[in-house]
Design a binder for this molecule. Structure first.
Ligand SMILES: *Cc1c(COP(=O)(O)O)cnc(C)c1O
Length: 339
């Protein structure tokens, strides 16, 4: 099973009025560095502050008439997307979380009209509760990345990119479960095979990168990162996103925590953009010189998908001020902008 351009066009119609078309804006500072137009695809302007609303809206609005409700176990942007889309359709959503999830995340999801169910003390317990709700209450679970409707929804970003700039040489996409990169690559490659699509992730716990290298899904240890939205595995029984990413991505590239830190700072000072760590990895690839290291000299316009802005503002303001950041076992040394 694959994702076609027709699936992606249909997703655009299905999600219309819930998820929005987002701007593609040039960064003068980054363009100068790249030697070509360097464009930012601002998914931070979606109603939930992240692109995940596209896939969630397509999945929720594609469910048959009479659907009882939906559930998932994401504490992050997917949970927000499912909650928002379910409210827009007028069906209940129950988002399952472990007792370790901080209150602000619980409040954020509740504010979008969803019920929050606290189950156990791990992500596995929360997932088990979500699956139980499917059995006992007839809810439908929506996967964050391994679902054809979710992938087609994320693919609408690729469609918009190619409509706005058909001359794109390279698209830089943050990579975790691969629904985003797989969907974008499906759209971009269907329109122009020559446009390169590069998946970028943090060097700690890069599940899709390691799985592509191994030729099959592998498990990785989950560790703290500034790019918290890129954490987690791809599922050993992955059905769709692994095959899409290994077939369609031109390459994958890893960036360090220090490089993500600097990219968040640069986007703020040079472009006045608040980006969470996961969404700054494309800019980190450029700033670190790793993009040129991988592709050689850039051949034309580049677009980086700035995927979300849902960052802890205490962490973010420390980065803006060049201060050290501690997250779990992780310490990222501070550095001032331009230093
Ligand atoms: C989920 C997410 C990603 C990665 O998307 P996948 O489909 O899991 O690869 C990137 N950035 C942000 C902000 C996200 O929430």
């Amino acid at each position: 099973m694959s994702i076609t351009l027709a699936d992606i066009f249909r997703a655009r119609q299905t999600m219309a009025g819930v998820a929005t078309r987002t701007p593609l804006v040039p960064s003068p500072f980054l363009s100068k560095l790249a030697g070509h137009d360097f464009l930012l695809k601002l998914e931070i302007t979606q109603p939930i502050g992240a692109f995940k609303l596209r896939g969630a809206a397509n999945a929720v609005f594609s469910l048959p008439e009479g659907t009882r409700g939906v559930t998932c176990c994401s504490t992050g942007n997917h949970g927000r997307g499912v909650a928002y889309a379910a409210r827009a359709r007028g069906i209940p959503a129950i988002i399952c979380m472990s007792s370790l999830v901080p209150q602000v995340k619980i409040d954020g999801i509740k504010a979008l009209g969803a019920e929050v169910r606290i189950a156990g003390a791990s992500q596995d317990d929360a997932l088990a509760e979500s699956q139980r709700l499917c059995q006992t209450e007839g809810l439908t679970e929506i996967s964050p990345f391994d679902d054809p409707f979710v992938i087609a929804g994320q693919g609408t970003i690729g469609l918009e990119l190619m409509e706005d700039r058909p001359d794109l040489d390279t698209v830089l996409v943050p990579l975790s479960g691969g629904g985003l990169a797989g969907g974008i690559a499906a759209a971009v490659k269907a329109i122009n095979l020559k446009t390169k699509v590069i998946g970028i992730t943090m060097d700690r716990g890069a599940a899709m990168h390691q799985s592509i290298a191994a030729g099959h899904p592998v498990e990785v240890e989950e560790v703290a990162s500034l790019a918290d939205s890129l954490g987690g595995g791809i599922g050993l029984d992955n059905r769709l996103s692994f095959a899409l990413c290994s077939d369609l991505l031109d390459d994958t590239l890893l960036v360090t925590e220090e490089e993500i830190y600097r990219a968040m700072q640069t986007l703020y000072y040079e472009d006045r953009i608040i980006a969470e760590g996961a969404s700054a990895v494309g800019v980190a690839a450029l700033l670190s010189g790793k993009l040129a290291g991988k592709l050689g000299e850039l051949q034309g316009p580049v677009a980086a998908v700035v995927t979300g802005r849902n960052v802890d503002m205490v962490v973010f303001t420390r980065i803006v001020n060049g201060m050290d950041v501690a997250l779990g076992d992780l310490k990222v040394r501070g550095q001032s902008h331009g230093a």
